[in-house]
Design a protein around this ligand. Structure first.
Ligand SMILES: *Cc1c(COP(=O)(O)O)cnc(C)c1O
Length: 197
């Protein structure tokens, strides 16, 4: 379980930490860097937000996983930063599965194109996929979204057995994690259900 602490102050994170939670995620580079600085060093920090390429240095040195890689440009810049700083970054490719046109993420064929060229990114470790379901109360729509990414995950693992670390499927949030768990989620990203509205 990844505790999404993006809207909450450090004190809220400390309470969850004292209850035993060790994996937290932030979505703004500045907040991410500030919280990393002041909170316990054994926290595993994930980044789940929009990452502008001029903010990489706030995030990449401290993130154990960047879940929200959603453009080829960002991936290229992470590789460049890693080469310059001798650093390998663990990432998930964000896949667009929801119905909303505005939602970010790669189409499945774009993700495949990247993975066929994975050896061009020696400073990136491809750990798996992240996705958000359509924002709806209709559970059958959410179920279909997650079924589709689950199938795609299996397809990718079959197609690229050489990507040994590619084993994470990050799907499910406060409202739909139970559905995600029926579709192969290895990580759920929970914000409001932990920290309240
Ligand atoms: C905010 C956010 C979450 C958490 O959402 P909740 O509904 O509060 O659980 C999960 N994933 C991403 C990418 C987010 O931005």
């Amino acid at each position: 379980m990844v505790a999404v602490s993006k809207y909450y102050p450090a004190e809220a994170i400390e309470r969850a930490y004292k209850a035993g939670q060790r994996v937290f995620a932030e979505s703004r580079p500045q907040d991410f860097a500030a919280k990393v600085e002041i909170l316990p060093k054994d926290i595993e920090w994930h980044f789940i937000g929009h990452l502008q390429t001029n903010k990489l240095k706030l995030v990449l040195p401290y993130a154990s996983l960047v879940q929200s890689v959603d453009t080829r440009h960002l991936l290229d810049e992470i590789e460049k930063w890693g080469k310059a700083n001798d650093h390998i970054t663990d990432i998930l490719l964000e896949i667009h599965i929801g119905a909303e046109q505005t939602k970010q993420g790669f189409a499945e064929e774009e993700a495949l194109e990247i993975l066929f060229n994975a050896d061009k990114f020696p400073h990136v470790r491809f750990r798996g996929l992240m996705a958000m379901a359509t924002n709806t109360d209709d559970e059958s729509v959410i179920d279909a979204d997650f079924a589709r990414i689950d199938t795609f995950m299996a397809y990718v693992k079959d197609l690229f057995p050489e990507l040994e670390a590619f084993d994470q499927l990050s799907i499910g949030m406060s409202g739909d994690y139970k559905i995600a768990l029926r579709h192969g989620a290895t990580m759920v990203r929970i914000g409001t259900a932990i920290f309240a509205e």
